[in-house]
Design a protein around this ligand. Structure first.
Ligand SMILES: O=C(O)c1cc(=O)[nH]c(=O)n1[C@@H]1O[C@H](COP(=O)(O)O)[C@@H](O)[C@H]1O
Length: 213
């Protein structure tokens, strides 16, 4: 885990400053995993860690949350030999108009792959479309849990989230290796402690729609 933390820092995937999250919270640290496609060896070891973290053979399919997790999901599919499905962010207005691409059957179970979780809403958007297509989702594997309420929110919606790293662990490892100062770690720790996303403030839910639970 230590070398993963160091590599993420070295490829500039961890940014300190003033950033806004998808749910609208301002944050002193942002994880930009989009750069990972430029580092195939790192992507491969991350995919391997994810495979080892979950009981992958319990799933019939894998699906990455668009877009950053798509190449990671592809590597997991190649390594595990589990077929992949892809969720379109918008259904096509022409041709097949499908929301989910790939071959699947009603009742197939699917492991969700994601890079970073704050509220869990991005995972749930993907789960919602998969479920609407008859695919069963119960587990998600993520690289980084920002520990801001996503795990509890997903659990409320029937998804068990497994993470490779939490933000607390990551900051501790970076401090131990001398990449960040104690002051930066304290700023991030204080921010995380006082900035949790409450599930009632997340607009998407599977509970609203009894057909999907
Ligand atoms: O916006 C974020 O919360 C976020 C924080 C961060 O450090 N890194 C990051 O990539 N994100 C984005 O936010 C999404 C997760 O936020 P939630 O949907 O709130 O869990 C990810 O799929 C990213 O698009």
């Amino acid at each position: 885990m230590e070398s993963l933390a160091v590599e993420l820092f070295k490829i500039n995937a961890i940014k300190f400053g003033d950033y806004k999250t998808k749910v609208g919270l301002y944050t002193p640290v942002y994880f930009d995993l989009r750069v990972i496609i430029s580092y195939p060896a790192l992507m491969e070891s991350l995919a391997q860690l994810m495979i080892e973290k979950v009981d992958i053979k319990n799933s019939k399919l894998v699906c990455g949350v668009p877009y950053t997790a798509l190449p990671i999901a592809t590597i997991i599919s190649l390594k595990s030999k589990l077929p992949m499905v892809m969720r379109r962010k918008e259904a096509k207005s022409y041709g097949t108009k499908k929301l989910i691409e790939g071959v699947f059957s009603d009742g197939d179970s699917c492991l969700i792959i994601e890079d970073v979780v704050t509220s869990g809403s991005s995972i749930l958007e993907t789960v919602k479309d998969l479920k609407a297509s008859g695919i069963v989702c119960s587990d998600a594997i993520v690289l980084l849990d920002r520990e801001q309420g996503g795990e509890a929110f997903l659990a409320e919606n029937g998804i068990k989230m497994h993470s490779i790293l939490t933000i607390t662990e990551l900051m501790r490892l970076l401090l131990e290796r001398g990449f960040i100062t104690a002051e930066i770690k304290a700023t991030v720790d204080d921010y995380i402690a006082s900035n949790k996303v409450k599930s009632e403030n997340v607009t998407i839910s599977l509970k609203e729609d009894p057909c999907l639970t």
